[in-house]
Design a protein around this ligand. Structure first.
Ligand SMILES: Cc1cc2nc3c(=O)[nH]c(=O)nc-3n(C[C@H](O)[C@H](O)[C@H](O)COP(=O)(O)OP(=O)(O)OC[C@H]3O[C@@H](n4cnc5c(N)ncnc54)[C@H](O)[C@@H]3O)c2cc1C
Length: 449
C-alpha cells in the first residue's frame, strides 16, 4: 500500500518521520511505501527566517534536507496539482514535467494533505508588482540582500529623493513574521550603518503598518503593548489602525493619509490556506481550510488526513464550540505526530487518538539581545526573552545536525563581528559570464560573417 504525503513542511516532515519509525517492519518488507511530494527537497524552519535575514544563521541551516532525514521514504520534488480522492489519484507536476505534456498520475491508499498556507493578499494597487513576502528562505535572504543594497544606493547618490526612497522600509502586518522580520532587519541595518561614511541609523525610516489596535497577538495584549513601546523607542514608526491603500509607482500610501516613496514593501499581513485544496474533492470550510475531525482525518471521508495551516482542526481544549486550532508551528508539529500515529492505528485496527493541545504561548525575537515572550504564563522582555527564544527554537529545530550547526554559528557570531555583506549578485549568476561572452563575440551589426 502507498501513503502519499503532500507537502514537506512541518506536518509533512513530522508525520513522515513518525510513520517511517512506526512502520519500519512494513517498510522493510515492502508492504508499505511512503511518498512525500514537496516543491523543495527541504523543510524550512520558518521561525529562523528572521535570523537568517539578519545574517545570524546561514540559509542552509534554516532548512532540513528531506532525503537525509526521511531515508526510508520516497521524496518526489514537485507539486501536486489535483487530487481525486474518490478514485485515490493525485496528479503531479515535477521538475521533469514538460510544458504541454500529460500530467503524471500517482495512485495512493492513504492521503496526508499538508500544503500549509500562502500569504493572504488584498487587491491593493501596486502590491503584486512591488511587494515581497516573508515565508521562504529565498524571500528572507533576498530581503537581506535588498536592504543592504538600498544602503549602498543611498550611499552612492546625491539625489535626496532616491536616497530617501532607498532608506524607507515599510512592513505591513504586525504578527510574528512581520514584527520579527522588521526587528531583526532594522537591527542588522543599524549595525551595518557603522561601516558607511554617509548613512546613519537616523537617516533610515522603518515603518510598521497594522490594521488592528495591537501587534504580536501571539504573546498576549500586555507583551504586545510592550513591543510597540520598545519598537517606538528604537525610532520605528509603528502605525496601528492603519492600512496600506496603495503602493503604485513605489509610493506607499497609507489609510491615515501618509505617503512614503519607498523601494521596500514587505507584506506579512496573515496567511490563507494553500489554493491546491480547492483542486481536490475534499470538504473545505468557509475560510478554505480542510474540514477535519479531532482525530485529524478529513471529515466524512475515509483514508484522508490533514493537519497544520491547511486544516480546520477542532480545538478540544476550549469550551467555545466551533473554535479551530490556530495556524502555527506549535500545533503543526504536535498534530503531525498524532496524525502519523492515527494512520498506524488505522492500519492495525486500533482505536484513534484525539488531538488535544493547549496553546502555551509564544516567543519572539526583536533583534540581537532583544525579545518578548509569554510562555506557560510567564512574561519576559529584553535579553531574557531573547535568550529564551534562542533556547526554545534550538530545542525545536529538527535534527541534531542542525542544532549543532546553528549553535556553532551563534557562538561564532558572539566572538566575531556581524556579517554585513550583501550577496544580491547570487540572484544573477550568469551576469559576469554574459558580459565576458558578449565581449568576446560581439554581434556583427551588418550580420556578415
Ligand atoms: C517568518 C515566520 C515565522 C514563524 N514563526 C513561528 C513561530 O515562532 N512559532 C510558531 O508556532 N509558528 C511560527 N510560524 C508559523 C509556522 O511556520 C507555520 O504555522 C507552520 O509552518 C505550518 O506548518 P505546515 O506543515 O502546515 O505548513 P508548511 O510548514 O508551510 O509546509 C507546507 C509545505 O507544503 C508544500 N506545498 C505547498 N503546495 C504544495 C503542493 N501543491 N504539492 C506539494 N507540496 C506543496 C510547501 O512547499 C511546504 O513545503 C512562522 C511562520 C513564518 C512565515
Amino acid at each position: 500500500m502507498r501513503i502519499l504525503i503532500v507537502g514537506g513542511g512541518y506536518v509533512g516532515l513530522y508525520s513522515a518521520l513518525r510513520l517511517q519509525r512506526q512502520l519500519k517492519p512494513e517498510l522493510g518488507r515492502g508492504d508499505v511505501e511512503i511518498v512525500v511530494v514537496s516543491p523543495d527537497p527541504y523543510m524550512t524552519y520558518q521561525p529562523f527566517l528572521p535570523e537568517a535575514a539578519a545574517g545570524s544563521i546561514s540559509p542552509r541551516h534554516v532548512v532540513v534536507p528531506l532525503r537525509r532525514v526521511l531515508d526510508r521514504c520516497k521524496i518526489v520534488v514537485g507539486e501536486v496539482t489535483t487530487i481525486n480522492h474518490a478514485k485515490r489519484i493525485a496528479t503531479l507536476a515535477t521538475l521533469a514535467t514538460e510544458e504541454g505534456a500529460a500530467a503524471e498520475q500517482l495512485t495512493y491508499d492513504e492521503l496526508v494533505l499538508a500544503p500549509g498556507s500562502i500569504a493572504r493578499t488584498l487587491p491593493i494597487p501596486g502590491l503584486a508588482d512591488h511587494a515581497i513576502g516573508f515565508k521562504t528562505v529565498e524571500e528572507a535572504i533576498g530581503l537581506r540582500n535588498h536592504v543592504i543594497e538600498q544602503m549602498d544606493i543611498a550611499s552612492s547618490t546625491r539625489d535626496p529623493a532616491i536616497r530617501d526612497a532607498a532608506l524607507t522600509f515599510v512592513f505591513v502586518g504586525g504578527g510574528y513574521a512581520g514584527v520579527e522580520a522588521l526587528g531583526e532587519l532594522e537591527d542588522m541595518a543599524r549595525y551595518t550603518a557603522r561601516y558607511y561614511h554617509n548613512v546613519k541609523p537616523e537617516d533610515m525610516k522603518w515603518i510598521l503598518v497594522e490594521a488592528s489596535d495591537r501587534i504580536l497577538p501571539e504573546v498576549g495584549e500586555e507583551m504586545g503593548r510592550y513591543t510597540v513601546t520598545e519598537l517606538r523607542r528604537r525610532n520605528i514608526d509603528v502605525r496601528l489602525h492603519t492600512r496600506l491603500d496603495s503602493c503604485v509607482d513605489r509610493v506607499a500610501v497609507l489609510s491615515d493619509g501618509a505617503r512614503f516613496p519607498t523601494r521596500t514593501v514587505v507584506w506579512t499581513a496573515g496567511v490563507k490556506p494553500h489554493p491546491i485544496l480547492a483542486a481536490t474533492d475534499l470538504p473545505l470550510n468557509e475560510r478554505g481550510r480542510l474540514k477535519c475531525t479531532a482525530e485529524l482525518s478529513v471529515e466524512g471521508v475515509a483514508h484522508a488526513w490533514a493537519a497544520g495551516d491547511a486544516a480546520a482542526v477542532p480545538d478540544v481544549t476550549v469550551a467555545e464550540p466551533g473554535k479551530e486550532t490556530a495556524p502555527n508551528a506549535q500545533h503543526a508539529v504536535r498534530q503531525a505526530r498524532t496524525l502519523g500515529d492515527n494512520i498506524v492505528h488505522t492500519l492495525r485496527g486500533e482505536p484513534l487518538e484525539t488531538y488535544s493541545h493547549k496553546y502555551v504561548g509564544s516567543v519572539a525575537s526583536l533583534g540581537l539581545h532583544q525579545g518578548v515572550a509569554h510562555v506557560y504564563g510567564r512574561k519576559l522582555k529584553g535579553y531574557p526573552a531573547w535568550f529564551m527564544h534562542r533556547v526554545y527554537h534550538l530545542s525545536r529545530v529538527p535534527t541534531f545536525n542542525r542544532k549543532a550547526r546553528v549553535l556553532a554559528e551563534w557562538t561564532l557570531s558572539g566572538l566575531f563581528k556581524r556579517e554585513i555583506v550583501s550577496l544580491g549578485s547570487l540572484e544573477h549568476p550568469r551576469a559576469e559570464f554574459e558580459l565576458a561572452a558578449g565581449g568576446k563575440a560581439p554581434e556583427d551589426p551588418k550580420g556578415s560573417s
